[in-house]
Design a protein around this ligand. Sequence first.
Ligand code: AHR
Length: 510
Amino acid sequence: MNLKKMCCALGLLPALLIAQTTVTVDTNNPGSQINKNIYGQFMEHLGRGIYEGVWVDDDSNIPNTNGYRNDVVQALRELKVPLLRWPGGCFADQYHWQDGIGPRDQRPKGVNTTWGGVIEPNSFGTHEFLNFAEMLDAEVYVNGNLGTGSPKEMAQWLEYMTSESDSTLANMRRQNGRDKPWRVHYFAIGNESWGCGGSMSPEYYGNLYKHFATFLKTPANNRPVLIASGGYDHHLDWTEHLSSLEQNFAYRLEAIGHHYYTLPTGDWDKKGSATAFPEREWISTLSRTLAMKDILEQNLAILEKNDPQNKIGFYVDEWGTWYDVSQGDPGFLYQQNSIRDALVAALNLNLFHQHAERVQMSNIAQMVNVLQAMILTDQEKMLLTPTYHVFRMHNVFQDATYLPVSLTGNPEYTLEEYSIPKVSASAARDNSGKVWVTVVNTHPRESETVEMAGKYSSLVGEVLSADKMDAHNSFGAPNAVAPVEFKSTASGGKLRFKLPAKSVLVAELK
Ligand code: AHR
């Protein structure tokens, strides 16, 4: 008989049945720095992610500055976006960079054969992307075209972006309005090369990687971290093969990009709905997203074996929820975003914090109007999603130092065949010495009494919660799900608080 049933059988007061989780933050044994790029964003030429979502052209009625919509830029500035990945995704392996430079009205129009078969106007290209990143003070991750490109095309793109010389390509950049080179922090060779990027085996890709990387030269003060397109889900063969490639003077392999999406059902033909779902799909979604733990641990074990000196980063450069499309062109991957997505985000961020030594980047898919977006737009209207709020609340963790956390008394939340921990938490110390904690309650109906072990006098921050499992923001009610201030003061030497059902808390421990 479990404790709850036993208490009921004995007729004890319901108050005694409330479970209590104790969170202990080990401030004496700090771990790695949480790379700010764990909070990276991904923007692809897909649906309304860039066109309308970010870029509206400078003759649009939507308020903009040089073509970038003002409301979105302001929201992203408040988010403190550290890193932007572009132009794909699958689109990257069909993108030819020379189509996206020069006078916009003279750029060729292509067909986006990957996403909806729509016309790609190429009005958002290299200059528009790199200038956008500068506006946001974000680092850049450019994904090169391995699938339909050549080593020459890839090498020339890097030369165009980074060369300070008098070369024809550098001068072409100057003629197109950019005198000094841009800083390119990260560059990837292909995307999902096991699938949309060319249906390759790890061995075939490994050879191509070495071939292409050999020719990617940049000035010494502007060398991007070179990223190999890695595996997906629980597949380990890409990490195994790529991390065992010998490295030499001719080429580098400095990071592996792995992808994992969370589907409520796990079935790509019937993924599940973004809203109006049963509790079974609440817990199945959170349970499937927590599979990220095993994915990280299994891949990191391979890297420990093949790269014990930790030279190769493990980047989760695509992750997030993926639901059935309920509105618009099915190729546009537009979906609503609810409090469930907020919890998915917070649970994954806790896992990334916990593995910060090797997981030095992640890019949630995608920033605006696509999959688990921060921002949704409808022409001139814009709203911030619950996932945005989680990212904004968490920005105190960017570049903070991870502090180990242990949980005791943490009950399981169980439904049918699913069972997940009710509470998840992580902590860090920021550069000014403040200690931050994030605590998630995965239960959709029950609050949790949480105690912070140690001599703290108070906890001050914000909590995001909602009444319904699919609570979300709409253009009619854009603030239906929004964080509120949260404060708890110690009493009798104990810092205890009630964490609402389905909630994410980020707070400073004082
Ligand atoms: O994010 C949407 C798509 O998901 C990306 O283009 C691709 O890399 C992945 O399959």
